[in-house]
Write a protein that binds this ligand. Sequence first.
Ligand code: BT5
Length: 254
Amino acid sequence: LAVELALTPDLNLELLPEAPSTNEVAAERARAGAPDGLLVVADHQTAGRGRLDRTWETPAGAAITFSLVLRPTVPASSWPWLPLLTGHTVSKALASFGYETQVKWPNDVLIEGRKVAGILVERIETDSGPAAVVGVGINVSTPADELPVPTATSLAVAHPDLTPTREGVLLGVVAAVREGYDAWQAGGSEAASRLASSYVAHCATVGQDVRVDLPGGTAIAGRAVDVDLDGRLVVETGDGVEKVGAGDVVHVVP
Ligand code: BT5
C-alpha cells in the first residue's frame, strides 16, 4: 500500500501498517490540532468500530480502512448531512470503477443488496473547535468465506471480473469524498439542496416500504418517501409522517 501512495504528494497522509481503529487515531490527531484534510490509512485495522458500539471486521490485506479529519465551516445545523454526503460520494466513486452501487439510508453502500462499505462519522470537540472524523471501510478482495456477516459483500465477490487495485480504489474514493465535501462546503444552501435531491434520487431506501429499528429498541414501519434537509428519513406510517434521525433500515420485501 505504501509504495503507490507515496507517489501522491498532495495528500496529508499518515499511513499505518496496523491500527486498532483509524477513527480513534484520527480523533487523537484532531485533538492534537491536526488540520482539515488529514488522512489516516491503516493497512490492517484490528478493532474497527461501527455505529452504536458495533464492530467492523476486516481481514488483513483485503480491505480499505481510512479516516479523514475535517473541520467544516458550514453551520453546525448542516453537519448531519456529512454521513449521507460521504455515503453518496463513496457509492459514486465505486460506480466509476464499474460496480452497480446503491446507498441505503443513511450511508451504507450496497451492491446487489449487500453491504460493501460502511461509514462512521463522529463529531469531536478539540481546542481548535469542533471537528468531524469521517471513517470509511470498504471490503475490496475479501473472499466470501471471510466476510463477517451474511449481509456483507466485497468488490471481489460481487464482481470477480473487475480487478481494481486496493490503492486505486482508495485514491479514487478519497478524491471523490474530498471533492464532494469541498463542493458542499463552498456551495451554500444551493449546493446543499442539490446534494439532497441527488442523494434522494440515488438512495435505494426512498420509495420503499421499510421498517426502521430505532436506537431505543423500538421500531416504526411505513413507506420511506423522502430525506429532509436535516438528513432525516421521512416515513409515512399509518398514523402520519415520522422523521427519523438515526436507525437501521430493513427493507420490507413485499
Ligand atoms: C458501519 O457501522 O457500517 C460503520 C463502519 C465504519 C468502518 C470504518 S473503517 C475505518 C474507520 N475506523 C473505524 O473504526 N471505523 C471506520 P454499522 O452501520 O453500525 O454497521 C456495523 C455492522 O455491519 C456490524 O454489526 C455487522 O453486522 C456488519 N459488519 C461488520 N463488519 C462488516 C464488513 N466488513 N462488511 C460488511 N458488514 C460488516
